[in-house]
Ligand binder design. Structure first.
Ligand code: ADP
Ligand code: MG
Length: 700
């Protein structure tokens, strides 16, 4: 007995189920002919479209695999500009004419779909007579199975575009920007004389924050149901000031949710790794192991969907809004991004030898240049009404985009700028191509939590992304701006090499010039302070506080030319996005304003009036009975004044809505909220119509 146990490899339940719902390379190797497998795995690694000659075989084996897993339907799974994902299901059935059916799935059905695009936003790109949209398989992201209650669906990740190939989704520009970046990294690889083993690609590990609250409370809050955030609510006496929730023991009910979530994600080969409590009560985080950018984005979207579904099974609701509760921390998504070169190595990993150092400093300077030149685009990419509540609220990074490098790396960069050979701080010298940069200890790089764009050891972490957003837009911008920087640096290096200049000298001169010009974007201090805001103004760094201001960057000639040059988005495509995002901003503010008005008028005001009437009759009866009514009278005066204030607020809100004026709506919503939240502190708990912050944040 003992012998068999010893010699038998123990396969854990996780290993057995990991990726079981994915049509992965492993599954393909088993199901496909050698020729089809090799062709498809090449496409998966390098991008592009599937070879039509093998599409029939791939479709047939995908169908067999899916049907064996209980699939009755397939769908093209895509990412329209609405912000969520979309899918249209078709069953596999094909009647055989004799009362039975066969399960069919053709190459064409795998490769291309034609959902009616007229109900998806196109920002004027698609006239109604061309309402047709096309979805096309993105083979770099594997097909997967979604489990339902009574059956499963084969999901095929696709791009979504219009009749003339105009991008109508978030995946298309992501793939195009990845290709642009890869192309420039390829040039860099050649210049640095590395042995190519792969196409260059970006990696992403998005950390996702979220709230969980009890479904019973959620259902009693029209604001949460309709807008995803609380439009009213008094801060409870205790919230996050004890700082005892962060990394605290996870409550059993939440842990059960997290366990379920991990299992569901692992089945889909989404490498969920870390789970913990976050800063605010009822706030949590999930983080995966990083993957290729495109797949990581798809996995993040799947993760968000699973979080909502699995929470529901546990009687919970997952709130992904950037700021569901005023007065406590909001939720973000930390976009950990790095670059793998053609040598298969991370080029943002500081040096083990002089050659690696040169690659590292080259890439680092490319990012510094890119972020400084296009800080406005990074800001635009994270602009949303939800994120407006978060950015700059002293818990999330400010709207000013700056880079944190840490003291040690800043010291190295400064020496590089001066061209001085010796450094006291790092102990080494930094003439390129000669010496080694010390490996940067994590502690030296990662302790500033206030920076929007921080170097964290071997990657950059863009922290301004909102929790509810697809990470796509931020990475489209990152890929494209870094591609441009690398392009310009390579062009200079290639010219210098042609002129027979020394490579290291030329590189050093280029990096020096970049640091001189762009070091204003580096800031290692506390991003929350007033001094930084003033300093940033002196440095002329943009500070766009609201979505409409931030989105303007997409309309600029600089942006239009950039995205056009790298074939990421045509002018028309970019302008259409600007329009959609502006429209979205206005829609969100309008429905928030209307919802606030409804709650104020139909729930809060009546509660106030009822309490007012109770007080009045108390006063009358107490006085008739010869008692003292001073306390009740004082309360009545206070409550009556707040009711008046509330009524005025409701009137302002009404006129702002009628005037379609978003700025006025924002102001009027605050005007209504102030007396409403004060009333919550006066009105007896059994009369108050809404679950309180204390209940929602602490009782789950
Ligand atoms: P911390 O929690 O201190 O921010 P971690 O190293 O645990 O740092 O990473 C956080 C996230 O960054 C994880 O999702 C991780 O997978 C991701 N990450 C780590 N290395 C890379 C990389 N080279 N490229 C992209 N993401 C990365
Ligand atoms: Mg982090």
């Amino acid at each position: 007995m003992a012998k068999t146990v010893k010699s038998k490899k123990i396969v854990s339940a996780v290993e057995a189920m990991y990726g079981e719902n994915v049509f992965s390379l492993k599954v393909m190797k088993e199901c496909l002919s050698k020729k089809a497998y090799e062709s498809l795995s090449k496409t998966m690694n390098e991008g592009g479209v599937i070879d039509p000659a093998i599409a029939g075989e791939v479709a047939a084996s995908m169908r067999d695999w899916a049907v064996s897993k209980g699939a009755t339907h397939f769908c093209h799974w895509f990412q329209p500009l609405t912000g969520s994902t979309a899918e249209k299901h078709d069953s596999f059935i094909a009647p055989d004419g004799q009362g039975g059916v066969a399960m069919e799935f053709s190459a064409k059905e795998l490769i291309q779909g034609e959902p009616d695009a007229s109900s998806f936003p196109s920002g004027g790109l698609r006239a109604t007579f061309e309402a047709r949209g096309y979805t096309a398989w993105d083979p770099t992201s594997p097909a997967f199975i979604k489990e339902g209650e009574d059956g499963t669906t084969l999901c095929i990740p696709t791009i979504f575009c219009g009749y003339h190939g105009e991008a109508l989704d978030k995946k298309t520009p992501l793939l195009r920007s990845s290709a642009a970046l890869s192309k420039q990294m390829d040039r860099a690889g050649k210049l640095f004389n590395v042995k190519p083993v792969t196409k260059a690609y970006a990696t992403l590990g998005p950390e996702q924050e979220y709230f969980l609250i009890d479904k019973g409370y959620y259902e009693q809050r029209l604001d949460l149901i309709q807008t995803g955030r609380t439009l009213f609510g008094r801060k409870p006496a205790r919230h996050q000031q004890m700082e005892d929730h962060y990394f605290g023991a996870i409550r059993p009910r939440i842990l059960a949710f997290m366990e379920d979530l991990d299992q569901a994600l692992w089945k889909l080969a989404m490498p969920s790794k870390t789970r913990h409590n976050e800063v605010s009560p009822a706030q949590f985080e999930i983080a995966p192991i990083y993957e290729r950018l495109n797949v990581a984005v798809d996995h993040n979207l799947i993760c968000m969907e699973m979080m909502r579904q699995i929470a529901d099974k546990h009687g919970l609701v997952c709130l992904l809004h950037e700021k569901p509760f005023a007065g406590v921390n909001g939720s973000g998504k930390h976009n950990n991004w790095s670059l793998v070169g053609t040598d298969g190595k991370n080029w943002l990993h500081p040096g083990a030898n002089p050659h690696e150092n040169a690659k590292f400093l080259f890439t680092l300077c490319a990012v510094i240049k890119a972020v400084d030149v296009h800080a406005d685009l990074l800001r635009a990419a994270v602009a949303s009404p939800g994120n407006d509540h978060r950015l700059g609220a002293n818990e999330a990074p400010p709207a000013i985009i700056s880079i944190f490098l840490g003291d040690q790396l800043t010291d190295i960069v400064e020496q590089l700028e001066k061209g001085e050979p010796k450094s006291a701080k790092s102990g080494g010298t930094i003439t390129l191509g000669v010496d080694v940069i010390p490996t940067l200890p994590r502690d030296a790089t990662d302790r500033n939590r206030t920076s929007p764009f921080a170097f964290t050891g071997n990657k950059f972490e863009f922290r301004a992304v909102g929790s509810n957003m697809s990470p796509a837009a931020a990475n489209v911008v990152l890929n494209t701006i870094v591609a441009e920087a690398i392009d310009e640096m390579c062009t200079q290096l290639e010219a210098d090499l042609k002129a027979k200049k020394d490579f290291n000298k030329s590189l050093q001169a280029i990096l020096q010039a970049i640091i001189k010009k762009h070091k204003r974007v580096i800031f290692n201090g506390d991003n929350y302070t007033e001094e930084w805001h003033q300093e940033a103004e002196r440095r002329a760094l943009p500070n766009k506080k609201t979505t409409p201001e931030a989105l303007k960057a997409y309309e600029s000639e600089k942006a239009l030319a950039l995205f056009e040059k790298y074939a990421v988005l045509s002018r028309k495509e970019l302008l259409s996005r600007y329009e959609i995002y502006m429209h979205n901003y206005k829609s969100v503010l309008s429905y928030e304003a209307e919802c606030a008005m409804t709650i104020a008028a139909t729930q809060i005001l009546p509660a106030g009036l009822e309490y007012q009437a109770n007080l009045a009759s108390t006063i009358n009866s107490v006085e008739a009975a010869g008692g003292k009514s001073k306390t009740a009278k004082d309360s009545l005066i206070k409550v009556s004044a707040l009711i008046e204030e509330l009524s005025l607020g409701i009137a302002s809100l009404e006129s702002a809505i009628e005037a379609h004026n978003t700025d006025k709506m924002k102001a009027a919503m605050l005007e209504v909220r102030k007396p409403a939240d004060e009333l919550e502190g006066l009105i007896p708990a059994d009369l108050w119509p809404l679950p309180t912050y204390a209940e929602m944040l602490f009782l789950y």
